[in-house]
Design a protein around this ligand. Structure first.
Ligand code: 6PG
Length: 261
């Protein structure tokens, strides 16, 4: 990645790469996808990616759909999943997979069979979670821990500290057995499906994308404050070697490591 302005090491909590702004973040993320896919395809013949919802990956996706990026990826060898999903039909603007399909996946030439949205119609949320876990187990190679290991897990962090659909105060943060669960999120009064920590943490490259001043305070708490995964679920993401955070200047602004007194 060429547009990195600064890099900070937080040990197990991760490594932070700072870029100028949201546009630079999308570019860095697109380059990361390309590099990770090539490594995985060279090594294993295909690449598996778990995408997140939110605005940041959408910008990245729009770039990937541009010809200069699109032609750099062997789309027929790329398999796309989602780290979390809302309990709405694929057609809904709230559906993470539907939005990614409409924004870019439908125009990059990836085979339909390589795109794996959650089923949110004609099934219960519990059945959908179980089914998604089975699809992942059959389509994603196991890592050293015996859990399927995505080549790349892309995550976002909301300003309430949640990541994927692991919301503050929910039991899913502590799930140890199931790799995917459905749950009610009281603060949203909504059903969400989400990958759980054992699956997210098995990822070979686990990367948070965060942009904007609204994330600054929470990011400082997650990386530099006391560990409290119930309040700050993003802290539960601890893959081997730590996650990578690609953030823009605005999101990094409150990090003490960046602004030593
Ligand atoms: C969801 C998301 C969530 C998202 C963050 C960041 O709730 O659907 O998957 O975890 O990634 O809220 O979203 P932005 O990129 O829009 O800030």
């Amino acid at each position: 990645m060429t547009n990195i302005l600064d890099s900070l090491d937080y040990g197990e909590r991760g490594r932070v790469l700072i870029v100028e702004d949201a546009t630079a973040l999308a570019r860095a993320a697109a380059e990361l996808v390309i590099a990770t896919v090539h490594d995985a395809v060279d090594r294993d013949g295909d690449a598996t990616i778990a995408l997140s919802g939110g605005s940041t990956p959408k910008e990245m996706g729009r770039l990937l759909a541009q010809e200069s990026y699109r032609e750099r990826l062997p789309w027929e060898n790329v398999h796309v999943f989602w780290g979390d999903e809302r309990w709405v039909p694929l057609e809904s603007p709230e559906n993470n997979a539907g939005e990614a399909k409409r924004a870019y996946l439908d125009s990059v030439g990836i085979p339909a069979a390589n795109v794996h949205p959650f089923q949110t119609v004609g099934i219960t949320p519990e059945q959908s979670a179980t089914q998604y876990e089975a699809i992942i187990r059959s389509g994603v190679r196991d890592g050293t821990s015996g859990v399927p290991a995505f080549d790349l897990v892309l995550l976002g962090m909301c300003d309430d500290g949640h990541t994927a659909s692991l919301f503050p105060g929910t039991a899913a943060i502590h799930e140890k057995e199931r790799l995917v669960v459905s749950h009610e999120v009281p603060k949203l009064n909504a059903t969400r499906l989400t990958m759980t920590p054992p699956l997210l943490n098995a990822g070979l490259n686990v990367v948070f994308l965060a942009a904007g001043a609204g994330k600054a305070e929470r990011l400082a708490e997650v990386l530099e404050g006391p560990v409290d995964v119930d309040q700050l679920p993003s802290q539960v993401v601890r893959p081997k070697g730590g996650p990578t955070w690609i953030v823009d200047r605005a999101a990094a602004a409150s990090l003490a490591k960046l602004n030593p007194r």
